[in-house]
Design a protein around this ligand. Structure first.
Ligand code: KPL
Length: 293
């Protein structure tokens, strides 16, 4: 299968590298990563070891069977515009936030929803580390079964990626949003690793952020219980205890964060969500002071 991975950062390079063991992959990313991959291949290190030779470009190709989108949430509209001239059978978002609707708006092909718990760190141009073998879950963004989702699930599976094809993506996306609202925003503001949220004063803040996210999900017709959202935060904080969340990494590096696509979605919703309103306001203030938004 011909697959374009749009957004060859850490996760995009890892997923693209794993897919390239079996499929024809084009990674779309930035220099000097792309020319290094073209010259020397892509080295995957850590929990998975492989050297693969995908194509690598700064612009998408004219067509592919599948586009996997891995850019930051705030770059989704630009990614969708860049991919709009690429003839596709399907597109899959493996991003934080609820980005599928934006992709569907711009692309003629069905936009599948996905979540990914593989850990990835780009070490240097042409090298990505797999810091944790996880699972890719994908399915129709509105839920239910689709032949396209089933086929794409088989494509990931064939490449040796742990894959689940799910019929309840709306609930899974909101559960992931609860995890990110609880873990990413709180660790970014407190400057701590994910495991610090397993006890201590920040634990209750993370849990309250997750409960508020579940409340907004239910307002939008998605069945997500408070306890399920809190349990997901605890489970992910334990499984990734030593990790620095992507939002903490962004803040540490002085980069724009995904605040709008994560806590902002909950903070800007109709019901009162004081914890997310507070974390969103603090992160947005930090970004505004650095001209990042
Ligand atoms: O998705 C994550 C992120 O950092 O963006 C978690 C699961 C919280 C892992 O750090």
């Amino acid at each position: 299968m011909e697959i374009v991975v749009f957004g060859a950062g850490s996760l995009g390079s890892l997923i693209g590298g794993l897919l390239a063991r079996t499929h024809d992959v084009t990674l779309v990313g930035r220099e000097p990563h792309v020319s290094t991959i073209r010259e020397q291949g892509l080295r995957v290190t850590g929990e998975v070891e492989a050297t693969v030779h995908p194509d690598a470009q700064t612009e998408p190709p004219a067509g592919a069977d599948l586009a996997v989108v891995t850019v930051k949430a705030f770059d989704t509209a630009d990614a969708a515009r860049a991919l709009s001239d690429c003839a596709l059978d399907a597109c899959l978002s493996l991003q934080n936030g609820l980005c599928e609707a934006t992709l569907a708006e711009h692309l003629g092909a069905p936009a599948l929803a996905g979540t990914c718990t593989y850990g990835a760190r780009r070490r240097e141009p042409g090298v990505v580390a797999c810091t944790g073998v996880g699972t890719v879950v994908l399915g129709p963004r509105e839920g239910g079964q689709s032949d396209t989702a089933d086929r794409m699930g088989e494509v990931f599976d064939a490449a040796g990626i742990e894959t689940v094809t799910a019929t309840d993506m709306p609930r899974r996306l909101w559960e992931k949003l609860a995890v990110n609202a609880g873990i990413n925003a709180v660790t970014a503001l407190a400057r701590v690793e994910n495991g610090t949220l397993l006890d201590g004063p920040a634990e209750s803040v993370a849990h309250a952020a997750a409960r508020e996210t579940a409340q907004v999900a239910r307002e939008r017709g998605v069945e997500l219980a408070d306890e399920t959202a809190v349990a997901a935060v605890e489970r992910v904080a334990a499984a990734t205890a030593a990790n620095r969340s992507s939002m903490l990494q962004d803040v540490t590096a002085g980069r724009r964060t995904e605040v709008d696509a994560i806590v902002g979605v909950v903070a800007d919703a109709a019901p009162s969500t004081p914890v997310n309103e507070t974390t969103a306001a603090l992160l947005r203030t930090w970004e505004a002071e650095r001209d990042l938004r």
